[in-house]
Design a protein. Structure first.
Lengths: 152, 196
C-alpha cells in the first residue's frame, strides 16, 4: 500500500490558551453579578426551622436580616448562652430594631417593598420574637419573612 | 545604535488564567448563591388610639382559636390536637363545606370571574402564643395554616379554571384570593402557665 509516509517525529500542536483568562474572567463577572456578598459575620448561631409553604426572597436589595439565637461558641464565654438579637455586626436589644429598620430603609430605592427576614433559631422562645414583631409593627415594616429551609 | 527595530518580547500571560481562577474561587467562597426562602407573613398595621378602644365583635363561630402554650402543646378551639391535624382542621373551618352552624357563616358575594359565591369572609384564625412557646412550634403552626389556605386555593383554582393556583393569571389569582381571604390574626402573647 502506498500513501503512508514514514513516521516523522511529529509534535502535538500546542493549544492556544490565550483566551482562557478571558473565559475565566467572564465566569468571574457572572458570579460577581448574580451572587451577593455574605452580609455579616454571624455572632449568633441558629438552625432555621423547616417548612413546606415557603416563598423565595428574590429582591435581595430590599431585604434586611435580623438574626436571633444564642451566641456562637467563641463568644459564649463572655456573653452566656441566652438568646440574643444580632443586627448588622452587633448585638442589640429589641427596641433598637426600630432604628435599624429606619436606617436600612434609608439606603433602599424601593422603600415600600422592604422585607425583614427573621432568621431565628428554632429553639428560640416566642417572647423575643414577639417583641421584635411588635417593634417592627410600630416602625411600619409590615412585610416579614420567617427564614426557613425547604422540607418535603 | 542600530536603526533596526527592536522586537518587544511578548509578556508571558500564561499565569493570567491562574490569577483569574484564584479570583473566581475567592468570589465563590465569599458570596452566597442560595436564594433565601422563608414563610412570608404580613404584620397588621400598628394600632391607632381609637382602634384600641373599639373592640371588633366577632361571633364565636367565626373564630378558630389556636393556642400554643409554653410546652409547645397546641389547642385548637377546645381540643388538644397534633400539629399534623391542624391543616385539615383549618381547611374545614375556612371552607365550611357542609354549611354547619358551628363553623363560620357564609355570605353571598359577587367575585369577578367566579360570579355569585357563598364565602366565609368573616372567619378569623387567631393564633395565640405564650412567651415561652418554642419558635419551632409556632413556625410549624404558621406553616400548616398557610398550607391550608394554599391547598384550598389550589382546589378552587383547579375546579374553576382547571389549573393550579400558581399557573393562574393575575386576575384569576385575585378572584381566588377573594374567595379564600387569608385571615390569620396574632393576638398579644399571654402567659398560660409556664414560667412567669
Amino acid at each position: 500500500m502506498a500513501g503512508f509516509k514514514k513516521k516523522e517525529s511529529r509534535e502535538m500542536p500546542e493549544m492556544n490558551t490565550s483566551s482562557l483568562p478571558d473565559l475565566i474572567f467572564t465566569i468571574l463577572f457572572f458570579f460577581m453579578i448574580v451572587t451577593t456578598m455574605r452580609e455579616v459575620t454571624l455572632k449568633v448561631k441558629f438552625t432555621v426551622p423547616s417548612g413546606t409553604e415557603l416563598e423565595k426572597l428574590t429582591k435581595k436589595s430590599a431585604v434586611s436580616y435580623i438574626y436571633v439565637g444564642p451566641p456562637t461558641d467563641a463568644l459564649r464565654a463572655q456573653l452566656g448562652s441566652s438568646t440574643r438579637i444580632q443586627l448588622n455586626d452587633r448585638f442589640a436589644e429589641p427596641r433598637e430594631v426600630m432604628d435599624f429598620v429606619a436606617q436600612e430603609r434609608q439606603g433602599m430605592t424601593n422603600q415600600a417593598e422592604q422585607i425583614i427576614s427573621i432568621k431565628a433559631d428554632s429553639r428560640t422562645q416566642m417572647g423575643i420574637i414577639t417583641d421584635i414583631k411588635e417593634v417592627l409593627r410600630k416602625s411600619w415594616a409590615l412585610r416579614i419573612n420567617y427564614s426557613a429551609t425547604r422540607r418535603n | 545604535m542600530g536603526k533596526k527595530k527592536k522586537k518587544v518580547p511578548a509578556l508571558n500571560s500564561s499565569s493570567t488564567a491562574d490569577i483569574s481562577f484564584i479570583l473566581l474561587i475567592f468570589f465563590l467562597v465569599t458570596t452566597s448563591m442560595d436564594t433565601d426562602s422563608g414563610l412570608s407573613r404580613r404584620l397588621p398595621q400598628p394600632p391607632d388610639k381609637e382602634q384600641e378602644d373599639a373592640q371588633i365583635d366577632v361571633k364565636e363561630r367565626n373564630v378558630l382559636n389556636v393556642r400554643l402554650n409554653a410546652a409547645g402543646a397546641l389547642m385548637c378551639n377546645s381540643d388538644i390536637i397534633d400539629v399534623n391535624l391542624l391543616c385539615d382542621r383549618a381547611k374545614e373551618f375556612i371552607a365550611n363545606p357542609n354549611d354547619l352552624s358551628t363553623l363560620p357563616e357564609k355570605h353571598a358575594k359577587t367575585i369577578d370571574l367566579l360570579g355569585n359565591c357563598y364565602v366565609t369572609d368573616k372567619h378569623v384564625i387567631s393564633v395565640q402564643t405564650d412567651r415561652g412557646t418554642p419558635y419551632e412550634v409556632y413556625f410549624q403552626v404558621q406553616n400548616e395554616l398557610v398550607r391550608a389556605y394554599n391547598e384550598l386555593r389550589d382546589e378552587l383554582a383547579k375546579s374553576k379554571f382547571g389549573r393550579p393556583y400558581e399557573a393562574l393569571t393575575d386576575e384569576q389569582k385575585v378572584a381566588v384570593r377573594a374567595y379564600y381571604p387569608q385571615k390569620i390574626s396574632e393576638a398579644e402573647p399571654k402567659t398560660y402557665g409556664g414560667t412567669k
